[in-house]
Design a protein around this ligand. Sequence first.
Ligand code: PMP
Ligand code: GLU
Length: 400
Amino acid sequence: MSLKISRIVNGLQPSATLAMSAKAKELKAVGKTVYDLSVGEPDFKTPAHICAVAAAVMQLGRTHYTVASGLPELKKAVAESYQNQYGFEYSPSQIVIANGAKHAIHNSLTATLDPGDEVIIPAPYWVSYAELVKLTGAVPVVVQTEESNDFKIKPEQLAAAITPQTRMFLLCSPSNPTGCVYSPDELKTLAEIVVKNDLMVLSDEIYDQLIYSGVAFASFPTLLPDLHERTILINGVSKTYAMTGWRIGWSISPPDVAKKIGELQSQETSNPCSISQYAAIEALTGDQTCVAEMRAEFEKRRNYVQRRLAEIPDVTFPKIGGAFYAFFNIKPYLGRKYGGVTIDTSEQWCLELLTQKNVATVMGSSFGTEGYVRASFAANDTILENAFDRIRDFLVEAKS
Ligand code: PMP
Ligand code: GLU
């Protein structure tokens, strides 16, 4: 039989963020200057003390398999970081170290969902959630949130989406792609609905160290005593320590679930890279000044980006409380002509912006919400200034 693609994989959308980033890289490779606000990854170098540990452990020969679910010392470091940060105690047996948070999400969904189970995902959502749910045979149930509510799901929306098949609620705060952060009270109200309806929760808190001044954040499972039993917490070193390429993330779940996630990983990939795991221990237990420095820089950029967007007539966006994304409304500008090309969708808008102005962004449609565009401000001042000059020009020069 000639090769065929499985039904599930055939139905899979490739990651739009990575696809836009690849397009920007292609243009750069042929010598074009591209102002790239597509992918969400810190533009800072991984701090030197972390890299030094990686180099040292390689010399020491710590380059072999580790326990499939991760080095015990790294699990301990993760547990201690939660103790320090939230005063909350997790046991290392609840932690599974994966090849990045994306992989931790994939493992967690695979370990807990059966075909036909429904997973409630508020939109706009990070591009991978719906696809990773579909890979398990479960069904993503997308609930559209409103800009007027800072793209946060309302309790009545969550309650209305629950059916007898609903198994899980998927939460991301601070949010990729909107930068919005649920308040502890908002989360508590959602948590009460979750408990009342006996749902599991996957809480992706990968941006928990990127919360800007005056914004309150709570880690979801700490809000009610009942939540630990039903929540899988996701985090990693990619965003906090500028370590996207090292591929270290983790899940924290009740010990019986964590055991199964670990067993799944033992068949799937074995352990994450040993060198990266040692580097992650240094990231979590070493000097934390780098985290505060990067956060301060991101906050400065957040202020700049909000100012630049606010200056463009008819463009609106919710206030950015965390992460490094702006999600702005271009609906008033759809249906107009840009350099002779009529643009009706956010996808066309992003592709034309890249072609005509050399600025890479990501269309709202790939996050489940049409009429918006995501710009990552994990980019330096020169890139941001040039990109927002061009975004402004592109919009204001469009003809009705
Ligand atoms: N969750 C969210 C919300 C993200 O934005 C990302 C970014 N890629 C991830 C998970 C995955 O991160 P990682 O690099 O650790 O796989
Ligand atoms: N999370 C980042 C983003 O949304 C990285 C790319 C990806 O993994 O999708 O751009």
